[in-house]
Structure formats: C-alpha cells, structure tokens
Design a protein around this ligand. Sequence first.
Ligand code: N01
Length: 541
Amino acid sequence: MTHPNKSAKENTEHIDAAVIGAGFAGLYAVYKLRELGLTLRAFEKGTDVGGTWYWNRYPGASSDSESWVYSFSFSEELEQDWTWSKRFPEQPEILHYLQHVADRFDLRTAFQFETSVTNAAYDESTNRWLVTTDRGERFSATYLVTAVGCLSAAQVPDISGREKFQGLSYHTGEWPHETIDFNGKRVGVIGTGSSGIQAIPVIAKTAKHLTVFQRTPNFSVPSRNTALSAERVGEIKRNIKDIREFCRWSTIGQPYDFKQEEALQLKPEAVEEQLESDWQKGGFEWMFGSYSDLVFNKEANDLAADFVRNKIRSVVSDPKTAERLIPQGYPIASKRLPLDQGYFETFNRDNVTLVDLRETPIESIVERGVQTNETVHELDVLVFATGFDALTGPLTRIDIRGRDGQSLKEKWSHGPSTYLGVASRGFPNMFMITGPGSPSVLGNMPTSIEQHVDWICDCITHMREAGTTTIEPDAKAEETWGAHVQELANDTLFVQVDSWYLGANIPGKPRVFLPYIGGFGAYRTLCNKVAEKGYEGFALN
Ligand code: N01
C-alpha cells in the first residue's frame, strides 16, 4: 500500500519480476518465476484469475481445443486429478479449472486484483522497470513479463449513435457476471466471428426474437461437442504424456497434424469421402488434421470451401438465407475458422432473422435499436460480437516505455517489431508471453504459453547464472525475424482476406500479419536453437 507520508521513491516496492495478467499465461508465469526463487508481484484488472475465461462469459463461450490439451501440462498430478466433462470445455468449466490451479499452487497470493498497470517505464540508470498501477502504487522490477493475452482488448465499432441506445448492450469479451435473461427480449447480435457463432444458437433458444447483423459470412465447422465417457477419460489420462509430446511438436499445438498426402494428388471422390468422414467427427481436425494443401493451396482450399458451402445449403431451409450465409471470395480458414453447435441450423428458427449488411448497411444506432438503410430493427438487447484489437492492442493500451522514453505504441506504429515474438529491441528485460511474431493464436494457446514461459524462465536462469543484467534483441535479429514472419505469411492464403490476423479489423491499424505461421513445432526448434547458442540474436550485457 502507498504510504501517504512517504515520497514516491520511498513508496516504490522493489521486486525481481512484475507480471501483468492472471489468465493461463500469468498463472503459469507466476508459478515458474516463483520456482526460480524470484520475488514478484502480479497485477490483474479483474476481481479474480481467469483472463479470457474471466471476461468472455457470453452464452455458448467455449474453447475450440480439446479439453485434455486445453490445460496445463506442467504438473502430472494436476493432469491426473482433473477430469474434464466434455470434449470441448465450456467457459464455466475452464474458469473453474483456472481457479483450481490458482488454489492448488497458491498463486492468488502473488496477484493484486482489480489493479491495472497503467505505465511501465524502463529506467536506464538503474536498469529496472518502474511499474505504476491505477491505484497509484509503484513497483521497481528487474523483469517485466507481460501475460496480457492476445484477444483481450475488446473492440466496439464506432457506429454513430451508440450512446443513444435505450436497451442493454454488451460486448462478448466484457460480458457481465450476472446471468443475462433473454426471455421475452428482442436481441440483436452484430458480428459473426467465433464469438457470434458460439453465442447466436444459445441466445436464439430463449430470446423472443434474435436479429443477426452479418457483414461477412463466415465458414464454420460443427464441434460435435460431447460428454467424455469414463473410458475415454481413462484412455486420455493413460496416454497424456505422449499426447502432450505430440502437441509440443505439431504444427498448431493440437493432438493432430496435417496428413502427409495432399488433396490435389488424390481423386476428388476420395477427398470428398475423407472430408465427410472427418466432418462427422467434428472439430478443427476436419481442416487442420487433413490434407495440408487445403490450407495453403487455393485450388485445394476450394475443395474444402465448396464442401462447407454445400453443407450450408443442405442445412438452411430458406435458399435465400442460405446464399446470404455462404461465404464467397476468400479462402476457408484464412479468417480464423469457428467451431459451432448448430449455428447454420439456427437460421431455420421462426424467431431468427438474418440481416445482410452488404445489402442493407447499418447507418446508426438509435434509441430503439439498429437503423439500417432500410428500416429500424427494434431491440431490447444489443450484443457486440465485434472482436478485438488482437495481439498488439493488449500491449499498446498500456503506456510501456523503453530506452530513451520510447513508447512501444510509437515503435509499433507501422506494425509490431519483435524478435521471436518474445522481446522487442529497446525494451530490455521485457518478455512478452505469446507476443506478436510468435505462433500464439495459430495454435493451442496453453501449449504456446507453456513453451514461452519455459523459454523465458530458462533465459532468466541463464542470465542469473552468467551474471548478465540486461537482455534485448539486437537490431539485425529483430529485423530478420520481422521479415521472416511476413515472408512466411505472404506465401499462404491467410493474406488474401481482411482479418484480425492482419489487424484489418481495426481502423488505422497497419496491415501486418501478426502471428508466426511457420508452425508451432518448427518455432519451438528455432527458440531452442537460439537458447543453445547462448541466446543468439540477443545482446546480453
Ligand atoms: O471476433 P472476430 P470474435 N459492423 O473479429 C463483425 C477467438 N475466440 O470475437 O468479418 C458489422 O472474429 C465482423 O465482420 P467482418 C478466436 O481466435 C476464440 O468473434 O469484419 N459487423 C465479424 O463478423 C476468434 O477468431 C473462441 O466483416 C462488424 C465480427 O464482427 C477471435 O477470438 C471463442 C463490425 C468480429 O469477428 C475473435 O473472435 C471466441 C461493424 N462495424 C473467440 N465490426 C474459442 O476458442 C466488426 N464486425 C472459444
């Protein structure tokens, strides 16, 4: 606590590490940094742990990764003791899991909740980070570890008249803690990304009427989420070590990987048959455990895209609505592919209307609802499923200043510049967990997070053993890494559409591919090599 009669300097608490965030990343960072014997403080804006799963409480919120890998692998006992109820874990269960982890490893004691870090400034004269919170406290830390999440800066579009709306409105990523009762209500959802696609079928079940405002139709794959039987749980637990090891070296950190053969080398009927059989299984494996050319070759990608288009036609009763829901003009999975539970089927309900914003754009939000160029859609509740300022937003929303007072936001004004997505030149001893330029959102997040935290902690151990006090990327390594990240992306179909991967959902954000697309296993190898070569590409002083 700040002492009122002391000077700011005297009130500054000295610690080894400051950690920002209490999601998967922050919790594991605290666990590992403590293991190294570091003194630390961790800060979290929410009232408790959970990160993404603390904030994204919207109806239907669930992980798209299989539960047994959407979890920590650092403790065998934890892995064996915890039993997931479903194949894809839902938000309340994930939050409960993270709360359990926090209790089990006594992690809450490191955190200050309801505390936002407002500034973090590197002081060259002391080689320390001065961290300031919105409570006016100051901490001086050797290391700054950001665990702020990749999709935690909610983005509400600047539609005129938003403040005039007389009903209730919510962003999916800042959902209130109390249950929202949609019974008897006219509800509008703007946005058909993963969040909208998860929320829409659930809201439709209780709302009097649901109006879906769709700007870009999205591909989606059924999750076919089911309860896990005792036999399945037993089998997973017996094999979990091998499953984890497979994930660690796979392309997207998941318990499956691309097939060796390519779709275009096979007969179309054989590909169709395989796609149908995988479709019945559900989940991302349909695309990312399939032929690799589906994701990287446009001709092969068309096979998968047409497959889904036909599925939409077969599910949606009204042909006009089906055509409005069918994505055209961009490759499937170049925008993050959602998983759904009855999304397209929802448009067969009498209480659901699809508004195609390409035909009738939103003009404004008015007291009674949403005004398009055709009519006013009257609403009691308006849900913004409009996404996030991804990867860079959570970092640039904090005033982080490195050498010579340079702000991270200024440095990244033309796009993020990092080395391995873990550090940025001019910001010594600052480590970003799953920062831009790392695989992060292109893989299973807990796998990405554990890899980064382990690497960071090994690096800190190395520094302490070698008596090194400062680490930061050298200019050449950072420049080469940035070019490599863009080069790899430019060879894929991912750059052929506007998406949050490219920052294209945020007005004015530079169009730069944000995550590293070279594959999770390959990235792990690169990081290991950097460490083996004495942190090659970093300047250590
Ligand atoms: O956000 P999005 P999200 N007028 O950016 C529309 C992760 N996630 O929250 O495509 C009208 O994908 C926008 O339209 P358009 C996952 O990685 C994970 O859904 O820009 N519409 C789009 O339809 C995901 O990808 C999970 O034309 C507007 C939607 O809003 C990421 O979070 C669950 C608009 C935004 O889609 C983000 O997903 C949920 C406007 N002015 C999310 N502005 C799990 O794994 C935006 N839109 C569980």
